[in-house]
Design a protein around this ligand. Structure first.
Ligand code: HEC
Ligand code: HEC
Ligand code: HEC
Ligand code: HEC
Length: 116
């Protein structure tokens, strides 16, 4: 009986661990989750958020300033690039529940130490 209970506890906790993993949450967005999924999911959780959702709290022109580079590397700025300017959609590069890499890396091998 005792063994049975232990097995159920183990089964339950691995189930919980799996479902948390399936819905990965970034720790830097803890406060965003507290105000509800719809803070990002302005089109419901069955669709990706729009860029406007991210832009409630982040500003592309400030980001372009934060990731600015000098000299030869200047055009590698992901938020103000030679191909897309400041117009690339956040989700081309940033994920929330999934790991992504910046779309630039499909074709280049730049060093982006601050990428999350
Ligand atoms: C309700 C406000 C809010 C919304 C909406 C929001 N964020 Fe954030 N985000 C924050 C806060 C606060 C932080 C932590 C402080 C910081 O780094 O700016 C953060 C941090 C981040 C970081 C990590 C910055 C770092 O280096 O620590 C990324 C990347 C990011 N957000 C991308 C996004 C994207 C993409 C979206 C849209 C899908 C989004 N955020 C929507 C508030 C928001
Ligand atoms: C900080 C912004 C943010 C918050 C908060 C957030 N999501 Fe998301 N969600 C995203 C982004 C960005 C995507 C796009 C794909 C990815 O990154 O996984 C997404 C994708 C999804 C998808 C897949 C939709 C599809 O079309 O395949 C589901 C389901 C989802 N989120 C559920 C939730 C639920 C449930 C919550 C609340 C517990 C939540 N999300 C909170 C940003 C967010
Ligand atoms: C589909 C492939 C592709 C993607 C994605 C891509 N690039 Fe490029 N990029 C190229 C090609 C091809 C060239 C060379 C042709 C040219 O100079 O116009 C180039 C040239 C460059 C150059 C000048 C040459 C160098 O290597 O220094 C920079 C800087 C650059 N890209 C930055 C970016 C950034 C930043 C991103 C992401 C926002 C990005 N690229 C995404 C294909 C791509
Ligand atoms: C073309 C790819 C790309 C797009 C589009 C993009 N980002 Fe980024 N983002 C990056 C990369 C790469 C970095 C890390 C740059 C570095 O290490 O210098 C970054 C860094 C950040 C940071 C951290 C800045 C810091 O100084 O620590 C935040 C916050 C962020 N992005 C949010 C966003 C939001 C919100 C959007 C949409 C409005 C967006 N990004 C669009 C690729 C992108």
């Amino acid at each position: 009986m005792k063994l049975m209970n232990t097995l159920i506890v183990i089964a339950l906790s691995s189930f919980i661990a799996l479902s948390v993993h399936a819905q990965d949450k970034r720790d830097y967005h803890k406060s965003v989750y507290e105000s509800g999924c719809e803070t990002c999911h302005d089109q419901g959780t069955k669709a990706f958020p729009s860029d406007d959702a991210c832009l409630q709290c982040h500003s592309m022109s400030e980001l372009a300033e934060q990731t600015k580079r000098e000299g030869h590397d200047a055009k590698q700025n992901p938020h103000d690039s030679m191909h897309y300017g400041q117009d690339a959609a956040c989700m081309e590069c940033h994920g929330e529940h999934t790991k992504k890499k910046a779309i630039c890396m499909d074709c280049h091998n730049f060093n982006y130490p601050k990428f999350k």
